[in-house]
Design a protein around this ligand. Sequence first.
Ligand code: HEM
Ligand code: HEM
Length: 184
Amino acid sequence: MSIELFDHSRGYGRVSRLLHWGMALLLLWQFISALLHYFYDDTPITDFFFGWHFTNGVLILALALLRGLWGLINLSRRPPHDTPIHRLAALGQLAMYALMVAVPVIALIRAWGSTRPFSAFGIELFAGQPEKIEWMANLGGQWHGLLGWTLFVLIGGHIAMAFVHTYWWREPVLQRMTRGRETG
Ligand code: HEM
Ligand code: HEM
């Protein structure tokens, strides 16, 4: 059997599946670290998980851009979303993309405007400002957490609907993303 790198009308190729499941793991880490930060701040377990929140978030941003590009290249080959319910699913996927970019970008803007240097992957990406830039700090303070939680709610709905489609409505959409091809 040939190795299918590109997507096709009955499923997703290897690159899309690797990005989808790899990023699902990174987002799971982000979810755990956010929950710990909210409920158990200042504990060793939170320090461990949240210690990677910045680097992991920057990685998610880079991969989301790459995945978006790959998605655009493959758009015309992907399984069609041509009924109202499938169009709604596609809209949800688009919203997840928008948030996977907006949530880390807003955090990076806040970090840029702060007086502390910012590092990811152990590398200093930018130095601190001599004085805090208020609007940048406020943008992050007001929107980063809120939009981050919104993304996790959308992901929860997305996962639930993938199972509803597959096991209730008997449309094998899960197989498109697991084995890469609908059966039947
Ligand atoms: C897709 C990537 C990201 C997601 C989904 C995400 C999600 C979240 C969520 C839901 C919270 C709220 C936790 C709470 O209420 O205690 C949070 C907090 C935080 N995040 Fe992120 N984050 C991401 C990327 C980043 C990046 C790249 C940075 C650094 C530049 C960052 C810095 C922070 C900081 C400093 C906090 C604590 C202050 C706050 O609640 O705004 N995050 N994150
Ligand atoms: C257990 C977790 C997950 C399951 C079971 C799941 C399932 C699926 C399935 C079956 C599809 C194909 C649907 C179709 O063709 O209409 C899909 C596509 C998609 N999923 Fe997930 N998913 C999960 C986690 C995630 C996460 C964490 C994200 C991140 C935001 C995500 C974002 C997307 C996007 C954007 C698509 C469209 C294809 C693409 O652009 O890669 N999924 N998912």
